[in-house]
Design a protein around this ligand. Structure first.
Ligand code: ACO
Ligand code: OAA
Length: 371
C-alpha cells in the first residue's frame, strides 16, 4: 500500500456540482466567466443546490426563503458578549456560532431531504447575519437587522456598515460571492463530505468545513495577502520584499494552486475589480503593488495568482476589516458546502481511506517499571 502526499491527483468521489478540467472551472457545466459576468449570487446558489438555473418564480422563492431565515437566535448573538471578542479571530467565532445554530434548530437531527434542504437555506441565510453582527459587536456597536428588500450581497454590506451600499460596491461584492461559491473537492468541501458521510448532521459538516477553510493554505490566504500588502506598504518596496521571501523559500500568499497549472480563471475577474475599486477609493497603490507582486511571482516561479490574491485588495476597498476576508469566503462557500453535503446524502457511502503505515514493526509490551 503506497500513499500519495496530500492526496494529490486522487479522485475521491463523483460530483455533478462543479468541475475543473484543463484549468477551466464550471459550475454545473456553466463556465465561471459566464456566471461571473451574468449571474447573481442567488442564482448561483440555486444552481449549485438544484443543478439547474432557476426560473424567475423559483428565484423569487429562494430570495424570499433566504430573507425569512436571516435572523439568528438572540442567544447566539448574545454569546458574542460572553468572551473577549477583540482577541478572537472571526473564523473561530463563526465556527462556534454556526455550531450554536445547530442547538437552536429543532430539525437539526432530521435527516429527511426536506429538512436538509431547509437547513441549507438557513445556513446560507444566517452566515452573513453572524459575520456582520460579530464585526459590529466587537466595535461596541449593535447588530443591524437584515433588510428583506435588498439582495444577498447588498444586505451583507448593509448589515456590516449600517449604510445602504453603492451600486458599484454591491456589483463587486456579488461577483466576488459568485466566484467563491464552489470549487470541486477543495479541502473544506472534502472535509464537509467526510464529516457528513458518517451520516452526521449538516451543521457538523459546515462547522468542520469552516475549520478547514480557516487555514492560510486555503481560505485564510486572503487575509494573509492583505497583511503582506500592508507590510510592503509601497510599490517601491515590492521587489526587495518578494525577492527576499523567494530567496528564503517562503511562500507568497495568494499564489499557487493544487489543481490549476496555467492559472486560476477567477483571478482575472478579481484583478479587474481590484483595479476599479482601488482607483475609485483613490488607493490604487494596492492594485499596483498587487500587479507588481503578480509579475514577479508568476515570472520567477511560474506560480500564477489564485482566487485569494486580488480578492484581498477588493475587500479592502469595500472597507471590510482584513480579518473578515475569510469569513466572507465562508459566506459564499457555504452554498457549495451545503450543495456537496446534499449530494453526499443523496448517494452516501462512508469515506474511509487507508494510511500507509510507517511506524516500527511488531513490538512487545514492556511493563512501565522495566522501560
Ligand atoms: C482558495 C484557496 O484555497 S486557493 C489557495 C490559497 N493558498 C495560498 O495562496 C497559500 C500559498 N500557496 C500554497 O501554499 C500552495 O500553492 C497551495 C497550498 C495552494 C497548493 O499546495 P501544493 O499543491 O501542496 O503545492 P506545494 O506546497 O507542495 O508546492 C509545490 C512547490 O511550489 C512552491 N510553492 C507553492 N506555492 C507557493 C507560493 N505561494 N509561494 C512560493 N512557492 C510556492 C513550493 O514551495 C513547492 O516548491 P518545491 O517543490 O521547490 O518544494
Ligand atoms: O480548490 C482548492 O484547492 C482551493 C480553491 O481554490 C478553492 O477552494 O476555491
Amino acid at each position: 500500500m503506497t500513499s500519495t502526499r496530500g492526496l494529490e491527483g486522487v479522485v475521491a468521489t463523483q460530483s455533478a456540482i462543479s468541475s475543473i478540467i484543463d484549468d477551466t472551472l464550471t459550475y454545473v457545466g456553466y463556465d465561471i466567466d459566464d456566471l461571473a459576468n451574468n449571474a447573481s449570487f442567488e442564482e448561483v446558489v440555486y444552481l449549485l443546490w438544484h443543478q439547474r438555473l432557476p426560473k424567475q418564480d423559483e428565484l423569487d422563492q429562494l430570495k424570499q426563503q433566504l430573507a425569512e431565515h436571516m435572523a439568528v437566535p438572540d442567544e447566539v448573538l448574545a454569546h458574542f458578549k460572553t468572551y473577549d471578542i477583540k482577541s478572537v479571530h472571526p473564523m473561530t467565532a463563526l465556527r462556534t456560532a454556526v455550531s450554536m445554530l445547530g442547538l437552536f434548530d429543532e430539525a437539526a437531527e432530521d435527516m429527511s431531504d426536506e429538512a436538509n434542504y431547509l437547513k441549507a437555506i438557513k445556513l446560507q441565510a444566517k452566515l452573513p447575519t453572524l459575520v456582520t453582527a460579530f464585526a459590529r459587536v466587537r466595535k461596541g456597536e449593535e447588530p443591524v437587522q437584515p433588510r428583506h428588500d435588498l439582495t444577498y450581497a447588498a444586505n451583507f454590506l448593509y448589515m456590516l456598515s449600517g449604510k445602504e451600499p453603492e451600486a458599484i460596491e454591491v456589483e463587486a461584492f456579488d461577483k466576488a460571492l459568485v466566484l467563491h461559491a464552489d470549487h470541486e473537492l477543495n479541502a473544506s468541501t472534502f472535509t464537509a463530505r467526510v464529516c457528513v458521510a458518517t451520516l452526521s448532521d449538516m451543521y457538523s459538516g459546515v462547522v468542520a468545513a469552516l475549520g478547514a477553510l480557516k487555514g492560510p493554505l486555503h481560505g485564510g490566504a486572503n487575509e494573509q495577502v492583505m497583511k503582506m500588502l500592508s507590510e510592503i506598504g509601497s510599490v517601491e518596496n515590492v521587489e526587495s520584499y518578494i525577492q527576499t521571501k523567494l530567496d528564503n523559500k517562503e511562500k507568497i500568499m495568494g499564489f499557487g494552486h493544487r489543481v490549476y497549472r496555467k492559472g486560476d480563471p477567477r483571478a482575472k475577474h478579481l484583478r479587474e475589480m481590484s483595479q476599479k475599486l482601488t482607483t475609485l477609493r483613490g488607493e490604487s497603490k494596492w492594485y499596483e503593488m498587487s500587479v507588481k507582486i503578480d509579475e514577479l511571482v508568476t515570472g520567477q516561479k511560474n506560480l500564477p495568482p489564485n482566487v485569494d490574491f486580488y480578492s484581498a485588495s477588493v475587500y479592502h476597498s469595500l472597507n471590510i476589516d482584513h480579518d473578515l476576508f475569510t469569513p466572507i469566503f465562508a459566506v459564499s462557500r457555504v452554498s457549495g458546502w451545503t450543495a456537496h453535503i446534499l449530494e453526499q446524502y443523496a448517494d452516501n457511502r462512508l469515506i474511509r481511506p487507508r494510511a500507509e503505515y510507517t511506524g516500527p514493526g511488531m513490538q512487545t509490551y514492556v511493563p512501565i517499571n522495566e522501560r
